[in-house]
Write a protein that binds this ligand. Structure first.
Ligand SMILES: [Zn+2]
Length: 406
């Protein structure tokens, strides 16, 4: 079964501190995610946010090539029948091909947050989904706090999933909402869930939605996939509430290049770098240069020994080829540089320089002396789009090297 990649940057992502996108920015992001081959784009919660209503209204005229736009909301309020529940009605008014609703899996939340009986919670899960089922093409159920609920009251937690299946959910997503679950806990729990669901009449797809509060969201998502989960939810650059969501810019290359799984994003994965950058730029946030796969430093080589080895065979110090995700290899010039760094730069800019030329040693000596005085020569990567580049950028980092100490 193909892996579905479900992006919630525009909903869960925008719950991150300091990460904000206007409606027009959200439309630009949606187009970009579609180009990347994302399967589901969760655009917002129309029942809770007027900006989300405006976004879904404008998206009615935007044609997406592959992605299915998804509206997000909760199960109905206990006091409202589904046809009179404003939240469910707002979801339908968004007229999206997919709807995701979340419900409570953890008995503590049923008592303390919803303040209803356990059976009443099962009822609202089933009849909210059953009401939506004939009215939307794709219906996903997010089991909120699933892993905490499972650890606290396994039987009840699994019963919530049973009622979601009875209500007609085509995908059941297991959420680590508080982000406290560790990798070794994922597989045994997913196995139990699969056993439980196998006993039900109707097959459903399983999804995973992890938060990063223990810095395990990516690892947990990959382990879930290894256990048979076929939908991964996450956000670009890992934006999300508190410490963020599972980072899709790390998950996507992992499932494509390392796990060899089939998914639509595999066909467009060289757009990953530009997608990551666009989102930061629209949100006016700095790029994290140390971010795996898409950071500027992800394929930057500084130490002289590393550079000479990478020149001979990039596999020596790179786990994948940078071009595969749209990134580039960078050879840095610094006080740790050796002959290979200088020769690499010279070749890159068409300068004839032999390894035996005494100039090479002289450049290295001068460089080390100047770095010792406080100068830095590790120039940034050239901008991809020269129309918006700084004046020096089209000439790459060579000129930066020449002028950055001044
Ligand atoms: Zn979440």
């Amino acid at each position: 079964m193909n892996i579905e990649v479900y992006d919630t940057t525009l909903r869960d992502g925008t719950q991150a501190e300091n990460f904000n996108l206007s409606v027009d920015d959200k439309i630009k992001v949606s187009r970009k995610l579609d180009e990347l081959g994302i399967d589901f784009i969760e655009g917002g919660w129309p029942g809770s946010n007027p900006l989300a209503v405006e976004y879904f209204e404008k998206m009615k005229t935007v044609e997406l090539k592959h992605a299915k736009l998804t509206a997000f909301g909760s199960t109905r309020h206990f006091q409202n029948p589904p046809e009179k529940d404003p939240n469910l009605q707002a979801l339908l008014a968004a007229r999206t091909p997919a709807i995701t609703i979340f419900g409570k899996s953890w008995d503590v939340h049923v008592f303390d947050a919803l303040r209803i009986e356990l059976e009443d919670n099962l009822q609202i899960i089933e009849d909210s989904l059953a009401y939506l089922r004939p009215r939307v093409e794709h219906l996903i159920y997010d089991a909120e706090h699933f892993f905490d609920g499972f650890k606290n009251n396994r039987e009840y937690c699994l019963a919530t999933l049973g009622r979601a299946v009875a209500g007609g959910a085509e995908t059941i997503t297991l959420c680590d909402t508080n982000g406290g679950t560790l990798p070794h806990e994922i597989q045994p729990i997913v196995e139990e869930v699969k056993k439980y669901l196998d006993r039900l009449d109707r097959p459903v797809r399983l999804g995973i939605h992890c938060h990063n509060d223990s810095e395990c969201a990516v690892a947990n998502s990959l382990l879930a996939v290894q256990s048979g989960v076929t939908q991964i939810q996450g956000t670009m650059n890992g934006y999300g509430e508190r410490c963020g969501n599972a980072n899709l810019t790390s998950i996507i290359p992992a499932i494509v290049f390392k796990m060899g799984l089939e998914c639509e994003v595999a066909n467009h994965i060289d757009r990953l770098y530009e997608t990551s950058r666009l989102i930061n730029e629209l949100a006016n946030l700095p790029h994290n240069r140390y971010q795996p796969y898409v950071g500027e430093s992800a394929f930057a080589h500084k130490g002289g020994i590393h550079v000479s080895a990478v020149e001979r065979n990039p596999l020596t110090y790179e786990h994948i080829e940078p071009e595969k995700v749209g990134n580039i290899r960078r050879i840095l010039i610094s006080d740790q540089a050796g002959r290979s760094n200088v020769l690499h730069k010279a070749k890159k800019y068409g300068l004839k320089l032999e390894a035996s030329d005494p100039v090479v040693a002289a450049i290295i000596n001068e460089l080390k002396e100047l770095e010792n005085q406080g100068y830095q020569y590790e120039g940034p990567r050239p901008a991809l789009n020269s129309s918006c580049a700084a004046p020096w950028a089209s000439s790459g980092d060579f000129l930066t090297w020449r002028v950055s100490g001044s």
